[in-house]
Design a protein around this ligand. Structure first.
Ligand code: 5GP
Ligand code: ZN
Length: 113
């Protein structure tokens, strides 16, 4: 997707502070962190949102969660963390490339909505 912000981060066209990268998954620090640790974990392939996960592309989503566990350990989130994926307008998704927010480093509010 040529006009996708996160595809541009994957290609290197837009810089990001990377914390993890392999052939299929990239993780980088959110530009506007909402917690002491706020990392975005994305598949390198363009998947628009959680609503577009299928049997064909779900292996990379599983891999995202393996990476999330590694990042949480590396960032010292031993007291816990939250994984969030906003999907569509009602959830406030602002970047249409599947991403998992990993938030931690302080006590997080209990509200889900
Ligand atoms: P959403 O609102 O779609 O769930 O999350 C998009 C996230 O991307 C937001 O938390 C926002 O701060 C982050 N973001 C937007 N633009 C950039 C950018 O250029 N670089 C980085 N690292 N994060 C960004
Ligand atoms: Zn994209």
């Amino acid at each position: 997707m040529s006009d996708c912000l996160f595809c541009k981060i994957v290609s290197g066209e837009i810089p990001a502070t990377k914390v993890y990268e392999d052939e299929t998954v990239l993780a980088f620090r959110d530009i506007a962190p909402q917690a002491p640790v706020h990392v975005l974990v994305i598949p390198k392939v363009h998947i628009p949102s959680a609503a577009a996960i299928t049997q064909e592309n779900s292996a990379v989503v599983a891999h995202c969660f393996e990476v999330i566990a590694q990042i949480a350990a590396a960032e010292g989130l031993d007291n816990g963390f939250r994984v969030v994926s906003n999907c569509g307008p009602h959830a406030g998704q602002t970047v249409s490339h599947l991403h998992f927010h990993v938030l931690g480093g302080r006590q997080l509010a209990l509200e889900m909505a």
